[in-house]
Design a protein. Sequence first.
Lengths: 122, 421
Amino acid sequence: MAFVELTCISCPLGCPLRVETDDEGRVLSVTGNTCRRGEEYGRKEVTAPTRTVTSTVRLTGGGSPVVSVRTREDIPKGKIFDVMAAIRSASVAAPVHIGDVVIPDIAGTGVDLIATAEREAV
Amino acid sequence: MEHDIVIIGGGPAGLAAAIAAKEAGADDVLILEREKELGGILNQCIHNGFGLHTFKEELTGPEYAARYIEKARELKIPCLLSTTVVDLQREGGGVTVTSVSRQDGLLQTRTKAVILAMGCRERPRGALNIPGTRPAGIFSAGTAQRLVNLEGYMPGRRVVILGSGDIGLIMARRMTLEGAKVLCVAELQPYSGGLKRNIVQCLDDYGIPLKLSHTVVDIRGKERVSGVTIAKVGQDLKPIPGTEEEFECDTLLLSVGLLPENELSRAVGVDLAPVTGGPIVNESLETNIPGVFACGNVLHVHDLVDYVSQEAAQAGRNAAGYVLGRRASGGAGIPLVPAGAVRYTVPCTVDPARMDSEAVVRFRVGRNMRRAVVTLKAGDKELLRKKRPVMAPGEMEQLIIKRDWLTGSEGSLTLEAREEE
């Protein structure tokens, strides 16, 4: 058995959560929460935490050195630095439009990296 | 040049104000923006979390801005970019706006109404009285954000951050993702002014320590920062001798608060509120100068852009009403007085004769509270009572005042927040 201490981010209350897991990492209990959302957050954070990654990719021919990007959906939290490594080695040529796929299936996550800003060719 | 409404600033506030004014029937609206593109600070806020209230989805800053920029284009609202307003003066029944730009040189524009939407800027090192040398490597968090996200330039590799405002927290994560080592975030107060979500996802996720009740007491380095000293502070917020800790670093980021940028408001004679640093406005978001309205971070610093857009739209509609002769100007109104833990309210007065059927009041409390009660009273008569499980200085609150409540009201309204008995 193990315990993980978390702060719930479902609302501004910020309840301190204590999540109890068994040896296989299965959640046995969530305590400290004051609502249902707190329990769901605690379970997900311990078993399968995910995040959206936002960053910038080198831009050529667009009048500025970089263009902002994000993963279209959340990716597993453990893959954040793999995603960043792929972002660092990429570059994209202007024009770039919001929603354009910059890197498909980034770092094997099954999620596309998309542009979040407009950059016309200059 | 002559216009009906000139909007100073093309960030989220200016854009939403312009769109709302145009949609409310004001045809002749002009936006003046000092940067070379619209969008304001959103352009460098490439993280997500914008627009949950407005669009029911999580956007990044540039994506949120793009929705308003597109709308402004559809409505054919003219903008002068790379144009800095340097002076505002009352003249006749209107205002003369003086601006400069590379393409037009000095330009004077006459307008019936002005919407102030200049935003805010960061509190600089000079306002903090940190001892030590003056080497390179000390940046405000927003400057670092601009360097990394727009200029593609990393300002440093080993970083200490003073202040736990949201921009500082966001930059702790951003610099970490780009390969820097963020050693700690020091916060003078015993609590963080940043959103919980940012503390969890920007600091906890990357094991960056948040040192509450700590401050920087020394900065070392000749050409470049070589290290800083951090000490614990007591309840009087003064450093406690013997608690000093040395950090070797090449960069210090400051995220210690935002100040509304009101030089132009002062120039035209707008009265400012000491608590917010922004204009004193009535329920129409009009200042003491007839036809001069204010919205967004120049009025009071917001934590969510969604609320900036809502407030600015209200200013835009009211400015349109003013120039179309549908809305009266000036007048005293009923004062709205903050009490208990409430630090300030926007607006400061409410005029039942002029207001729409409802008026939005935005406010902040000055301390962390649990099991709080918010009450609105006219004299001894309670108009509204709301329970709030938690209130924090970092979270802006709002409530709605209905015109019907104010019939026969005299004297002043009191807005109070206190702990439940």
